[in-house]
Design a protein around this ligand. Sequence first.
Ligand SMILES: NC(=O)c1ccc[n+]([C@@H]2O[C@H](COP(=O)([O-])OP(=O)(O)OC[C@H]3O[C@@H](n4cnc5c(N)ncnc54)[C@H](OP(=O)(O)O)[C@@H]3O)[C@@H](O)[C@H]2O)c1
Length: 264
Amino acid sequence: MDMGLTNKTALITGSTKGIGKAIAFELAREGVNVLINGRKEEEVERTVQEIKSAFPETSPQNATADLVDAEQREALFQKYPAIDILVNNMGIYELMSYEDIEDEVWEKYIRTNVLAANGLTKFYLPGMLNRNDGRIIFIASEEAVMPSGQMPHYAVTKSMLLSLAKSLSKLTIGTEVTVNTIMPGPTLSEQVYQIIDGLYSNEDMTFSEKEKQFMKTNLPQSEIQRFIKPVEIGRLAAFVCSPYASAFKGSPIRMDGGMVPTIF
Ligand SMILES: NC(=O)c1ccc[n+]([C@@H]2O[C@H](COP(=O)([O-])OP(=O)(O)OC[C@H]3O[C@@H](n4cnc5c(N)ncnc54)[C@H](OP(=O)(O)O)[C@@H]3O)[C@@H](O)[C@H]2O)c1
């Protein structure tokens, strides 16, 4: 399916690894010129080159910046003042007990997972509204609507993104601009792969056997009983960015492998 995205420009935050990288690849596959972001110049440049050789007709660019730092965000705005698509993917996560989460940790999570994305959105949304064309996606998590209790500081930030997206969607009434949230369930990013592989490091098992064992023991509510592949989220994000998805307005879109047990 041609998604009608050729020659659009997209900034995908946190796109040197995992879900962000997969979204960047799937957008580039559709002819989008992707701006690759992460904090490490070398990793960003490596990803830019990978995408350039996979999709030579596109022009991937280097958008290295620590997005939690307002000055670095400002420098990025100077370099790329207008984009068609913003995917706020960058986010941090870690299992923690409630009693160990000090105020500094809460603040770090809110600054990183919410305020960085909000800062980018605040800058890019007005241009999209002026051009009557644009897409903003926040990557949340199933934790946004189904907190497991294993990372309350993280779950709160992801719930905030759902609310923010719906508030911002109200600013797009009557336009072709959309602001939505995608809620992935457990997804096999490099970081998740290493965690699962490390959990059974003493046992003679293939990764697939480890994955099955982990799912059965830790995530019995998952209906797919495997991790979601980053490319699956990437394909969904590309569709949500397409002109065919303009009726998604302020929607929380779930691709959670059946983790959330309710209908809505
Ligand atoms: N994996 C899952 O199971 C899962 C499930 C649901 C939702 N999610 C959400 O999906 C998103 C991506 O998760 P992931 O597992 O793919 O993450 P990941 O593999 O840890 O990748 C994170 C990316 O963000 C970059 N990054 C981190 N801090 C940054 C900063 N301050 N400024 C700019 N870039 C930064 C990292 O590069 P550098 O470290 O080099 O900067 C990397 O490119 C997150 O929002 C996460 O909450 C993940």
